[in-house]
Design a protein. Structure first.
Length: 256
């Protein structure tokens, strides 16, 4: 299961049926759960835990020190959920003490080639990152969100559940759940209707979200006025309440 040219530190914890390819380096304080496959020339640095049944392709780098000048060598972590696929040349950096201490990639994510997940980022379940997607530090990406190719997301931005970011977007403010955004300085372009349908959302739920979207973004009200009107006029289903809470809790501001 472990190629003879691979270097695996004796202090690493390697589960049953783990495969480690040629010339890969697994350092101390690494935990790899059963069924995971590590390709050739992969480097996994200390303080990384990897869930079961993941696939990590050649030349990925996981757990390197964060690219942050404030980092002083403290013990921080990377956690990768089960069933996640990490393709060629992906880089995932450890967290920082000033940012919570951990970078987390959720279950069943797909990180395509050259994706970068910087320090203290957190992704939910089922998120997809196309080739060259780049997350700066302290970013949160919700469940089943899609980040397109060559997208750059500014630090501290949140990308909501089931959001879709078109290729080459520059994202500097929060993207609400269930929405699409694109552009050099990203703008919203309506609901992610295809993604919502694929996720099993009913026509009725999508209709209520569409009503909320129109009130907030299409009729020229201030944000507070619009949210109060949404609360008064739109059915308070869980998805609408989640959408309102996300907008109200934004620190960086909402993409319009």
């Amino acid at each position: 299961m472990i190629h003879p040219t691979a270097i695996v530190d004796p202090r690493a914890e390697v589960g049953d049926d783990v495969r480690i390819g040629p010339y890969s380096v697994i350092r101390e304080h690494v935990s790899i759960a059963s069924g995971t496959e590590i390709g050739p020339h992969v480097v996994i640095d200390p303080f990384v835990s990897i869930g079961a049944n993941c696939r990590i392709f050649q030349f990925a780098s996981i757990g390197a020190e964060p690219q942050a000048l404030k980092f002083k060598g403290e013990e921080t972590y990377v956690k990768i959920g089960q069933g996640t696929i990490i393709r060629e040349f992906v880089t995932i950096n450890r967290g920082t003490a000033f940012g919570g201490g951990i970078t987390e990639v959720g279950d069943n994510n797909l990180l395509m080639a050259n994706t970068h997940i910087a320090h203290d980022c957190k992704t939910g379940r089922g998120a997809i990152f196309a080739n060259g997607a780049t997350l700066a530090g302290h970013i949160e990406v919700g469940d089943y969100a899609t980040v397109g190719g060559l997208v750059a997301v500014h630090q501290f931005v949140r990308v909501g559940k089931l959001a879709f970011l078109g290729g080459k977007a520059g994202v500097v403010k929060d993207i609400p759940p269930f929405c699409m955004a694109s552009g050099h300085r990203s703008k919203l372009h309506g609901l992610n209707r295809v993604g919502l349908k694929r996720a099993g959302m009913t026509d009725s739920t999508i209709h209520q979200l569409k009503r909320a979207y129109r009130i907030v973004f299409r009729i020229g009200l201030t944000l507070n006025e619009a949210l109060e009107r949404v609360k008064a006029e739109v059915d308070p289903i869980p998805e609408v309440l989640e959408w309102i809470e996300f907008i109200q809790s934004s620190n960086r501001g909402i993409t319009r």
